[in-house]
Unconditional design. Sequence first.
Length: 94
Amino acid sequence: MFFFIPLLCGMQNYDKNYDNNPEHQGLYCPKCHNMSVTPIKRREFFAFYFVPLIPIYWGKQLKCSICNWRQDFKKEEDLQKIVNEQKIYKSNPA
């Protein structure tokens, strides 16, 4: 007798806020032109039966909550540079 056992596997994402600094919230999105980008810590795993097994990606990203645009950043200095550029943009809109 032959039994069919489905194998469920795929990718599972775990996102959480990078920090609670209000300066890092509401940054400009270059794709949808909204002020909805926030920094996140992202972990992506290969999962088997909804159990995360193999880490595929582990890092920090900027994510737009409206259009799902993402950009990686490596260090706190990179994020601070983006925040400072955003301050200039917010104070002098074209």
